[in-house]
Write a protein that binds this ligand. Structure first.
Ligand code: URA
Length: 250
């Protein structure tokens, strides 16, 4: 799986090579598998014989001397993801995905992930370049979440959040946070928290470390983008100005 290792997978839609070839319409998946095994497929100039190698739709893939056509029209969507939807292109268990909610024939995919039960802002595109920019940790893209948590944060919890909390051996320090609401009767709190991290389940894990489980999680903003008036399940296209601004975050 050299391609997985070389590029890192965070945020990029990676698919099995035979699937990418088959979905281009050039051959069936079975024929694609045969051609891969015969050494007739190259990815970015390297012969790949291993079935299941993960590639992206941005890679240069040559099948029996034919270069797979890439999509040239770039599309960008901002979706208000409902709960109970998978943040990927397809699902083994046939559950609905974020891509199913967007009316397009292009091979779009989500930039990063929100958990199955997390709601809120997620971007989808077929632009690998922008995906790389937004997914790269050095670009420090801020994401703001509203977490409903069990209990009321103590002074020690607040101090720990200010200093940063170790999560799976790596410190996670929120850019900022504030307790928006405390419900003493129900013993829950609403916390607004902004982080630049892209690790999976990071907000839930962060509060888990503080012994305050997340009951509900919503992403309210991503960089300068927010949900505006979009209702759950609704989406809109990004404007050219917004796309340019996202590119400038590099
Ligand atoms: N952190 C989480 O725990 N879950 C998400 O869906 C996003 C960030």
């Amino acid at each position: 799986m050299i391609f997985d290792i070389l590029r890192g997978k965070e945020g990029i839609c990676m698919e099995r090579l035979q699937k990418v070839i088959a979905s281009s319409g050039l051959t069936s998946r079975r024929k694609a598998e045969e051609l891969i095994k015969q050494g007739k497929v190259t990815v970015n100039g390297i012969v790949v014989k291993e079935l299941g190698t993960k590639v992206s739709y941005e890679d240069d893939i040559i099948v029996d001397k034919i270069l797979l056509k890439k999509e040239t029209n770039k599309e960008y969507y901002l979706l208000n993801k409902p709960s109970g939807i998978i943040s990927s292109v397809s699902d083994d268990k046939n559950r609905k995905t974020v891509v199913d909610l967007i009316d397009t024939d292009s091979r779009i995919y989500p930039i990063g992930r929100l958990d199955y039960d997390t709601t809120g802002l997620i971007l989808l595109t077929n632009d690998g370049k922008l995906t790389n920019i937004l997914s790269h940790p050095s670009n420090n893209i801020e994401k703001t979440y509203i977490a409903k948590i069990e209990g009321i944060l103590s002074k020690e919890n607040i101090d720990a959040l200010k200093k940063g909390v170790m999560v799976d051996g790596k410190k996670c320090k929120p850019v900022r946070f504030k307790v928006r609401k405390k419900d003493l009767e129900k013993n829950t709190s609403l916390v607004e928290i902004t982080i630049v991290e892209g690790r999976n389940h990071i907000v839930k894990k962060l509060f888990h470390e503080l012994k305050h489980e997340v009951i509900k999680l919503k992403r309210e903003s991503y960089a300068f983008l927010n949900l505006g008036n979009l209702k759950s399940g609704e989406y809109r296209m990004l404007s050219i100005k917004e796309v340019k601004k996202l590119y400038s975050l590099k």
